[in-house]
Each structure stands twice: as C-alpha cells, then as structure tokens.
Design a protein around this ligand. Structure first.
Ligand code: UDP
Length: 383
C-alpha cells in the first residue's frame, strides 16, 4: 500500500507531543511515513515500532525558538530548502500532517510546491507567554492560508488559536489519548520494589513527571516539599529536553538551600513511567503557565493515583476538582503542600478521587478515540 500521509515533526527528542505522535503513527500503520528534522530517541522509537522514518536535517532552522523575534535569513533559507525536500518526499502522499509548529511552517511552505493539503496537529497554546507575539502572528497567518484543518489537543489550545486570530472553522478538538494497558500491566511487586529501591525511608512519596523547565514547575514541587513533614519525599522524573541544563542544576541547589536534598530524588528521563506512578502515593502537576493538555495527568489517573494539578489551560478539561482529582492555583507551593497533606490525612477520600479519576481517564482519553479522531480529519482532507 502506498502511504497517503506524510507526517512531519521538527525534533528528535521524546516530549509529550512526540510520545503522542508515536501512538498516532502506530495507529495509522502503513498509511503513514514520517520525516523528522532532527535525529534522536524519537526516531529510534518510531523505528522500533516499525514506522517508515527518515531524518531531513533542519540546519539553521534549529536556531529559531518559540520566543524568537524575526528569524535570520539563514533560518529562512533553511526552512525553504527543507520545504523543497519535504515536497520531493511527498510524491505519493495525499496529505501533509505536521505535529509541531516548526513542522507546520515547513509543511505550509512545501504545500505550495507539491499541491497537497496540510493538517496541523496543534499541541501548544499559541500566544504569549509561551510564544512571542510575532511568532504567533506568523504561524496563525500561515494556518489561515495553508492549513486545511487544525487539530487541537484541547479546547484550551483551540481557544488560544482562535484568540490569536486563527480561523475557528478549521479547528477540530481531538483530546490526547493514552494506552491504558501499559498502566494496567504493572505487577504490584514491581512497584513495591521500585519504591523500596528509590525511597526506602519515605512514608509518603509525591512525584512530578515531565521535562525539566521553569514553567513545568518542579521548583514549586520542591518548595511544597519543604513545607511537608520529613517523612514525605519527592521524585522529580524527567530531563531538560530542550537545553534547560541551568534550570535543572538550579533545582538541585534549591533542594539544598531548602534543606530537603535528602528527600528529593532526581530520576532523569525514565521509560518506566507506569511503574513509577504506581510506586508513588500522589502524582503532582505544578505547571506555572497554562498547560495545553498535560498527558501526565491522564497517566497518573490511569495508574490509579490521586492527581493534584495546577488549574490552568487544558487541565480543567481533564480533572474536575474534588471529583476526579484536586486542582490548586498555579505557582502556589503552599496550596500544593496543603493539598498533599490533606490527601495523606484522608486516605479514603484519596482513594475515591483516584478511582473516579481512573474511570474517567479510561472513558474520556482512550488511545483508540484519539487515533480515530486524527484519522477522521486526515481522511476528510486527503479524500
Ligand atoms: N515522560 C517520560 N519520561 C520522563 C518524563 C516524562 O516518558 O522521564 C513523558 C510523560 O509520561 C508524558 C510526557 O513525557 O507522557 C509529557 O507529556 P505532557 O503532555 O505532560 O507534557 P509536554 O512534554 O507535552 O509538555
């Protein structure tokens, strides 16, 4: 079968957008080929799943960041050259499917050359503070001109696109979906062993999952820990994926300064998220800026853990406060500490929230529904 879909992503690292695309690509099977603009673990993971994947290096386009002002002539030339390569790769395709903003810009430039429709899977909240105003204006103009459809990973993402001037008529909301099976298949013994290995002396473990970045709020979780009793520990799971090494080092110094370094475990990037979630007592999310979606929330719910999350962006579409989890104000370490202490003190309530969360996550954020939703949009556009 000739693949109808040419899927594009600019990065080789495994962020949430890429982990989600990995599942979409696996779901689309032989109907999709993937071209990345950088090599890395994402390419390896796609290959391991049997995807047709190759890297088309992006050169100077790599220097353009979300907050960038006007791109340099070298970056623009690199985007144009890459668009030519994508157009050549697209010979047998019927639709270009872009999974990131940079991939969308290149796809939009390529579309004029290969006369194919473009679908942009938008997984970011466009506009300040996440993106510069100039970056947002350029992307939205290009979307209104070239994107046949924009798939938004949450209502919040769709609203931000429209608020930035995007054409709402092209937007379809398809929530992220997560494979529940990998969270069901964790033997209790494995979780117990992990807990004993990582924090044998902890009576209570809170864990925060995600790439290390100031807006992901690991510093808030450390501040909250400092306000909790000494038998409460914290696991910080994730790595600085996009060059935030200084921030990561700062977290270690913060833990020292706050006198909690013996109670914080920095675990780096892990592939065993499901067992780790099963092994902790509460999953915390502490993003200081609105989150476009927040896969980690659904994962925590699927693992049967109570989840405390910072209420902004797409988070409210996943968790109902007091029913399927607990919401706290973003950036408020004291509120986070209070919420953790209360869950610890009220195990019956914690278990009820966790089990309602698990039921809801299974029903509302299934992998199958996400793949079906994305496929429907691509089919509609590809004809
Ligand atoms: N993740 C992972 N290993 C880590 C830390 C995080 O595999 O060490 C995964 C996490 O399980 C989730 C994703 O990275 O699936 C993060 O997605 P999310 O939507 O929460 O945030 P994003 O990275 O898209 O901003």
């Amino acid at each position: 079968m000739t693949a109808r879909i040419l899927a594009l992503d600019h990065t080789g690292v495994l962020g949430g957008a890429e982990l989600s695309m990995l599942d979409v690509v696996a779901g689309l099977g032989e109907d999709v080929r993937v071209r990345l603009f950088a090599d890395g673990p994402f390419r390896e993971a796609l290959s391991a799943r049997g995807a047709d994947v190759r890297v088309l290096p992006m050169g100077a386009l790599a220097n353009v960041k979300k907050g960038s002002r006007v791109p340099s002539p070298r970056a623009l030339a690199a985007a144009w050259r890459l668009a030519g390569e994508v157009a050549r790769e697209a010979h047998s395709a019927r639709v270009l499917y872009a999974n990131s903003e940079k991939a969308f810009i290149v796809a939009a430039l390529a579309a004029g050359r290969c006369h194919l429709p473009v679908v942009w899977h938008l997984r970011d909240l466009l506009g300040p503070p996440h993106f510069s105003a100039l970056n947002t204006r350029g992307a939205v103009m290009l979307a209104n001109w070239r994107a046949s459809r924009v798939i938004a990973n949450s209502r919040a993402t769709a609203d931000a696109f429209v608020a930035a001037g995007g054409d709402g008529g092209r937007v379809r909301v398809v929530h992220n979906g997560i494979a529940a099976a990998s969270f069901d298949d964790v033997p209790a013994g494995a979780a117990r062993a992990l807990r004993a290995e990582l924090s044998p002396n902890a009576a209570y473990v809170m864990a925060i999952f995600g790439r290390l970045h100031a807006w992901k709020g690991q510093q808030i979780a450390i501040d909250a820990l400092a306000q909790l009793p000494a038998d409460c520990h914290l696991w910080v799971v994730g790595a600085p994926l996009f060059g935030e090494d200084e921030f990561a080092a700062g977290l270690q110094s913060q833990a020292m300064r706050r006198g909690v370094s013996d109670r914080v475990k920095f675990l780096g990037f892990r592939h065993d998220i499901a067992p780790l979630m099963h092994a902790c007592d509460v999953v915390v999310h502490a993003s200081t800026l609105p989150e476009p979606f927040g896969r980690v929330l659904v994962e925590g719910m699927l693992a049967g853990r109570p989840v405390i999350a910072a209420a902004a962006g797409g988070v409210g579409e996943i968790i109902t406060n007091g029913t399927t989890g607990v919401l706290v104000p973003p950036g408020d370490a004291a509120a986070l500490a209070r919420a953790v202490a209360r869950l610890r003190a009220e195990p019956v309530r914690a278990a009820a929230l966790a089990s309602a969360g698990a039921v809801h996550a299974r029903a509302a954020f299934s992998l199958e529904a996400m793949v079906r939703g994305v496929r429907a949009v691509l089919d509609e556009v590809a004809g």
